[in-house]
Ligand binder design. Sequence first.
Ligand SMILES: Nc1ncnc2c1ncn2[C@@H]1O[C@H](COP(=O)(O)OP(=O)(O)O)[C@@H](O)[C@H]1O
Ligand SMILES: [Mg+2]
Length: 506
Amino acid sequence: MTDIVVALRKITKTFPGIKANDGVDFELRKGEIHTLLGENGAGKSTLMNIIDGIYQPDSGEIEINGKKVHIKSPSDAMKNGIGMIHQHFMLVDSLTVLENVLLGLTSAGFYVDKKKVAAKITAISDRYNLGIDPFTKIWQLSVGEQQRVEVIKTLFRGAQILILDEPTAVLAPQEVEETFKIYRQMVQEGKSIIFISHKLNEIMDISDRITVLRKGKAIGTVDKDKTSEKDLAKMMVGREILFRLERGPLNRGEKILQVENVKALNDKGLTALNGITFDIYGGEIFGLAGIAGNGQKILSDVIAGLRKSISGSVYIDGKDLTNANPKEIFEQGLSYVPPDRLKVGLVPNLSSSDNAVLRHYNREPISRNTFINYTEVENYTDHLIKNYDIKVPRKDAPVKFLSGGNMQKLLLAREISEKPKLLVVVHPTRGLDIGAMEFIRTVLLRERDNGVAILLISEDLDEIFMISDRIGVIHDGRILDIVDIEQAKVERIGLLMAGLDEKSTQ
Ligand SMILES: Nc1ncnc2c1ncn2[C@@H]1O[C@H](COP(=O)(O)OP(=O)(O)O)[C@@H](O)[C@H]1O
Ligand SMILES: [Mg+2]
């Protein structure tokens, strides 16, 4: 008898020009959470799509519960007890949860009694504490809730083997913990889970075993208890990763950003910033730590002129730019890498070249007498692509087809090339793989050493500690404390982020 529920033997899958999976062996045991770890493009989704019947392998075999199978479609996979939750959800926004569950069923030829289906959805939701009402429309749900609807869909169909493709990439930190509770409950009941992620701390939290993929090949499978974040990172990228990045001595220049007692409201008209005061000097990275929703996004928008404050003032390089328009602020030397790359930072349907020159298409040498010099556009784009190691299949293809890491690199490349005095970056490495993270952090440190004043807003405490010179903690629209990196203790910063510490600078 075997406790192996899924076995992949020598799976190979080629796409035009790339071997996405190259002779991969993989085994999932009953009742385990087995993580598939790898950088973007390592072949994780392809391998899982093969188990789910979306792709057929070129060669290799699949065994489910010890029996060789051919999985020709997702409904075939479902018959084998396999359900996959994709990176991009497959829900219809305008329909209810119930209708979405039904949608798959009717096409799979089930007999359907709506009342019973609704009752069963409620039962599943209650059992796992998912808080999903069958009659809610999908568009009314948050991303996290939509993901739970996908979970309900697969459980409804009796999945015993769940494949979760980067579920936590779209979740806030608090949601991740809740989600992990659900996974733990499912495996306790004897279900088996393949979990995909490249966040090492999460992986060390939730996994029983971890298999690492690199460039289409399985590098190895390890027990969680016998490995470490450092070892995993090394397996993933094939070399040592610098967890503590080198930085030169602090060379403080002039005061560049001065924020004084700024108050601002959120979209609902409620107080979001309740008197924020801090400053940043040239040549330093000021890390603003905080849990999402405590005002950091509003603050960065106020600094960039994208949102008005109701009182207080903002100076950049000595000039009062309180509630000035973005153009004026950019001209005074601000570069801004917003959290939402595809909404604010880049124009998704424009090409990489167009996005690269977006900030200065009306300046020489790109533009002369209202004509755009396309050779200069090409040269400039090539220069960014080369210096920032951006992987762009075609410069004229819409930027929305780039991977997250490459979009972020393009955005950062463009903003830094503006030679800013002040660089504001929000969650600069969120959702990126470890190689791209390290690259971006190294670039930020280089700019610091070049004398730029940097405001780093991040939820990732490791990142904040890795590169900041000073750390401020924002909670509920106020900065609770500001400390030098040498004095900063990670436990205390964590408590402050949760609002659980007395000392306040204001
Ligand atoms: N449908 C497809 N057509 C062509 N190339 C693809 C397709 N799907 C994935 N690829 C390529 O295969 C490689 C592995 O991709 P993927 O499995 O999505 O990686 P991961 O999920 O680990 O980020 C990448 O180079 C990707 O561009
Ligand atoms: Mg993927």
